[in-house]
Design a binder for this molecule. Structure first.
Ligand code: S3P
Length: 188
């Protein structure tokens, strides 16, 4: 653990880590824990957009529509694309735009968090903060949307980590181990 912490702190001096994946995959929870474990900044894309716009995500979608929200994601990534030292929790739809993937890849390694539709439903069922899921909180809808997005998620990812039935520390450790291996390979 200590080795990993030191390695990760050092790594973050030159990189960001971006967490991607379906709504409810655990991006915010894992980002928060990584921020805590590695004393690093945690960036919540959704939260920053909400702050900048002075509206909730539901209100942004209702008032201006999804394309407007997607443009806000791209603008925010442009602002973030030169920094380092952060764990960035991306919105679940961020990497559906190729331009966004390229912006993230400028300074971040991309970690895809996955979970089954059953796990996702369990995690999102009590929240109404996600316009895309409101009125569709069922396995069929989640499974179908996940299938539609899977290829884009996987193509963007440097590392894929499953989160079903696991605690957050365990997931964080796997992320660091995988990053260490990836960077080792990249340096050969
Ligand atoms: C979205 C995911 C949400 C948020 C918006 C759209 C999506 O973020 O950006 O509601 O299209 O998957 P989380 O994945 O953090 O819930």
């Amino acid at each position: 653990m200590e080795n990993r912490t030191e390695w990760m702190k050092d790594y973050l001096k030159t990189h960001n880590v971006a967490l991607i994946g379906f709504m409810g995959a655990g991006k915010s929870t894992v980002a928060k824990e990584m921020g805590h474990l590695f004393s690093t900044e945690q960036i919540e894309m959704d939260e920053l957009i909400v702050q900048k716009e002075g509206m909730t995500i539901n209100e942004i979608f209702a008032k201006f529509g999804e394309p407007y929200f997607r443009n806000r994601e791209t603008s925010l990534l442009k602002e973030l694309s030169n920094g380092h030292g952060s764990v960035i929790s991306c919105g679940g739809g961020t990497v559906l735009r190729q331009e966004n993937i390229e912006l993230i890849k400028k300074n971040s390694r991309i970690i895809l968090l996955t979970a089954t539709p059953e796990t996702i439903l369990e995690r999102v069922k009590d929240s109404d903060d996600r316009p895309i899921l409101n009125g569709h909180k069922d396995i069929d809808f989640i499974g179908a949307l996940m299938k539609k997005r899977r290829q884009a998620y996987e193509a963007a990812a440097d590392i894929i980590v499953a989160t079903d039935d696991r605690n957050v520390d365990d997931i964080c450790m796997e992320i660091v181990d995988s990053l260490m291996k990836l960077e080792d390979t990249a340096n050969v």
